[in-house]
Design a protein around this ligand. Structure first.
Ligand code: APR
Length: 329
């Protein structure tokens, strides 16, 4: 059977890890596109020369031509600038919107049947722009953010409780910014509520809440924590692994329920905005948004997060005046 084809747009830090994971898991042949000449070719050659050790049989190609992404089943976009210490993701809007427009035009022309997973920041605005430019159905264009934010939240809970992170389930919804919404109420260790475990550990409800609040806050700022430590660039292992989980769910039709930046059409009280919600991911892309009842406090935080996304979307026509009509549709 013919192997799947995965196109990576952006051959930087995240792009490199994406390629390695695609190869090691034999998800399909990989084409890495970048505007920098030699960079994607060099990375793919280096990776191809590892096949003997890592035992994979996939084709790897680096390119500076969009024509080479033709026939891609999935495109994963990391093109764009990462943040520098002190910057928020939103500060990247002006520069990355221009890059995303170019990238989306290239995908529209050369891989019109592909599913598209966006990683570039500010994520919710970049996914919106990508869908508007490509005109692809929204179930084929979605963003990676919640899988990573949730994974970070799970890691902090596991470290706090001294349990394997594999047994921790916790979800982060909303926009991929400082207003993201970790859902504390349903955080659990193999079904056992995390809050109850914290209360037992500290013997005190107030202290348990304080510890949870600190983990929530750390989750919201986790990307910035890495940026500050690195000094140059932003997280790359974790966004890459998270996007690969999503790509794999689509390629292997896994029907996984993952938090995905998806277009809402009335769900969670939001109409026509991309934001992070639980979705069923399978070979139809975003096959279903899994709605559930938020309590009043969660809904207020979710609405606040959506408003932050709306603000960025409202800025797009100023950055890309030639697209004003499409952006308002
Ligand atoms: N088309 C294609 N690639 C581009 C373009 C473009 N127009 N402009 C820049 N790039 C490439 C750069 O040449 C670089 O190789 O995008 C790559 C980005 O790689 P890094 O700078 O290493 O950034 P990375 O850490 O991979 O993050 C990429 O993902 O998580 C987000 O905030 C992060 O927006 C950033 C993106």
């Amino acid at each position: 059977m013919k192997r799947a084809k995965i196109a990576l747009i952006g051959g930087g830090q995240i792009g490199g890890v994406l390629a390695q994971l695609c190869a090691q898991r034999e998800l399909g042949d990989v084409v890495m596109f970048d505007i920098v000449e030699g960079l994607p070719q060099g990375k793919m050659l280096d990776l191809a020369e590892v096949a003997r050790m890592d035992q994979f049989d996939v084709e790897l190609k680096g390119t500076n031509s969009y024509a080479d992404i033709a026939g891609a089943n999935i495109v994963i976009i990391t093109a764009g600038l990462p943040r520098k210490p002190g910057m928020s993701r939103d500060d990247l809007l002006g520069i990355n919107a221009k890059i995303m427009k170019q990238v989306a035009e290239g995908i529209k022309e050369h891989a019109p049947e592909a599913f598209v997973i966006v990683i570039s920041n500010p994520l919710d605005a970049m996914v919106t722009l990508c869908q508007k430019v490509t005109g692809f159905p929204p179930e084929r264009v979605f963003g990676q953010a919640g899988v990573l934010d949730s994974s970070r939240f799970c890691a902090f809970i596991a470290w706090e409780l001294g349990v394997s992170v594999r047994d921790v389930n916790a979800m982060v919804l909303g926009g991929h910014g400082d207003t993201m919404v970790p859902i504390v109420r349903y955080a659990n260790v193999n079904g056992i509520p995390v809050m109850e475990q914290l209360e037992r550990k500290y013997g005190d409800k107030a202290k348990a809440k304080e510890v949870m609040d600190a983990m929530v806050q750390r989750t919201k700022m986790a990307g910035g924590e890495v940026v500050k430590l690195l000094g140059n660039g932003s997280a790359f292992y974790s966004p890459a692994s998270s996007a690969i989980a999503m790509a794999e769910a689509v390629l292997r039709d896994q029907k996984r329920v993952l938090p995905v930046c998806a277009l809402l059409r009335g769900e969670f009280g939001v109409d026509n905005y991309y934001v992070g919600v639980p979705c069923v991911l399978g070979d139809g892309g975003v096959e279903r948004i899994v709605e559930f009842e938020l309590d009043a406090e969660e809904q207020a935080m979710f609405d606040n997060s959506v408003n932050a996304v709306k603000k960025l979307i409202d800025e797009l026509p100023t950055i890309l005046p030639e697209m004003a009509d499409i952006l308002k549709s």
